[in-house]
Write a protein that binds this ligand. Structure first.
Ligand code: GLY
Length: 354
């Protein structure tokens, strides 16, 4: 399957070697670099290493993990590119999850004022989100994605069979973003997505759903590539979601990005009902589905204040406004919705009572 967007060519197939060989053939005589972390070096690089151009390319390795999505890792990538003779025609292939795609995309976008890059996302989350849409960047200390640019990969090569080596939690993390895409698109898509059993889905079937999900993301990105307006639809579930993610970060109850977004969507469906009259019956059905897959997060009363502070720090805030993206119905998006402290507390109390 091939999706031509305004910015990138995206291939979704079960034959990554074949597709990558063809893409590299079209880009012959360019010095090629492959960015990996210790996990993708071990599990994913061997899958594409039989391709001559990959075997003869320079491998750049950084450490996995959010804390390594840093200026220090970025400097390592720039230094390696420079020392190993990358020029403006060189290609950087980002082989990994969201951190590799974001960091590698930023390194490529800024090296010698920009070289081409290819994303080969190896987690479901990065296949449906980070690898497409052109957001690149790194964290600045503890501030997530504080430094970055919008710039798109030349190609995105997706093969859901990379997910074979992933644990269930990783799959469920990507699934949450796919559910978000369907909620903001339309009810028909939502009903189709939830009719699949993610815990037992085949790779071919998953590839079809991934393609659908990317098309939805692209539908919003192409209308508003720099997130001034309707692209904010993609932030549904993320204001509460990021607060949950940060609240539990580095604790025993740490949760994945997708899990945090799933609980964020639950809260923001409730807020959608309160502010935009999202139908209560549909909220109940969606919340029941989500809670069936993602275990409820236990919150103490003392967590409420921390969540409210974290929501206040959210990057999506503009001036004094918090800027929730909410829904009037499936696919009926209301961006830039503000909400006062009382309603935030009411929402958290409702969540706690579920
Ligand atoms: N992850 C949401 C976006 O790319 O806009």
């Amino acid at each position: 399957m091939k999706i031509n967007t305004e910015f990138s060519t995206i291939y979704i197939s079960a034959e990554i070697q074949q597709v990558l060989t063809e893409v590299l053939k079209k880009n012959q005589n360019r010095k090629t670099f492959v960015l990996v972390d210790e996990n993708t070096k071990k599990h994913c690089l061997p899958i594409i290493n039989s391709i001559v151009e990959i075997d003869s390319s320079e491998i750049i390795e950084i450490k996995s993990g959010e804390k390594n999505k840093s200026i220090k890792s970025l400097e390592k990538v720039w230094t390696m590119l420079s020392e190993k003779g990358a020029d403006r025609l060189s290609l950087l292939i980002n082989l990994g999850g969201g951190i590799i795609c974001d960091l590698g995309g930023f390194a490529a976008s800024t090296f010698k004022r920009g070289i081409d890059f290819i994303n080969i996302p190896t987690t479901l989350l990065s296949q449906v989100d980070a690898s497409v849409g052109g957001k690149t960047g790194v964290n600045l200390h503890e501030l997530k994605n504080e430094i970055g640019v919008f710039n798109h990969p030349k190609y995105v090569l997706i093969d859901s069979s990379f997910n074979r080596t992933l644990e269930k939690d990783h799959i469920l993390s990507g699934w949450a973003e796919m559910l978000k895409h369907s909620l903001i698109f339309d009810e028909k898509d939502w009903l189709n997505v939830i009719s699949h059993d993610i815990k037992h889905i085949g790779f071919k079937e998953l590839n079809k759903l991934i393609a659908r999900s990317i098309n939805i993301k692209n539908h919003f990105v192409e209308q508003d590539p720099f997130e001034k307006n309707i692209r904010k639809a993609l932030n549904f579930g993320h204001t509460f979601g990021h607060a949950f993610e940060s609240l539990f970060m580095n604790s025993e109850s740490e949760i994945s990005h997708g899990e945090a977004v799933a609980h964020g969507m639950i809260c923001e469906l409730y807020l959608s009902g309160e502010i935009c009259n999202f139908p209560a019956k549909k909220t109940n059905t969606a919340v029941t589905y989500l809670l069936n897959i993602y275990n409820k997060v236990e919150l103490n009363d003392s967590d409420f204040e921390n969540i409210i502070v974290l929501i206040g720090h959210d990057k999506k805030k503009e001036g004094q406004n918090i800027n929730f993206t909410l829904l009037e119905d499936f696919g009926k998006i209301k961006i830039n919705q503000n909400c006062d402290r009382e309603l935030l507390i009411k929402t958290l109390n409702w969540y706690k009572s579920l």
